[in-house]
Design a protein around this ligand. Structure first.
Ligand SMILES: [Zn+2]
Length: 83
């Protein structure tokens, strides 16, 4: 399983050399994985992890950050001001 940022500069297949069907991919802004909280809310990334591990029997999960990530910059420095 590969969890990566939505940024188009991140290309999982090029980074890993994987072919079609090799990776179960989840992408979101910043490649964030929220902590488990046990609620019945809408948990896209955690639901994908649960499906991958329990149904697809995925044994390895890569959480891939990348350089110059705007989401990470915003997390540390705040969102850019609107013009
Ligand atoms: Zn990013």
């Amino acid at each position: 399983m590969f969890i990566g940022c939505s940024d188009s500069r991140l290309v999982p297949h090029l980074l890993t050399g994987a072919g079609p069907g090799d990776l179960f991919i989840v992408r979101n802004v910043g490649a964030f994985v929220p902590p488990y909280d046990g609620s019945h809310g809408l948990h896209g990334t955690t639901a994908a992890i649960e499906f991958a591990v329990l149904s697809l029997e995925v044994e390895r999960i890569v959480v891939c950050g990348h350089s110059h990530c705007g989401a990470i910059r915003a997390a540390y420095e705040g969102a850019p001001k609107r013009p």
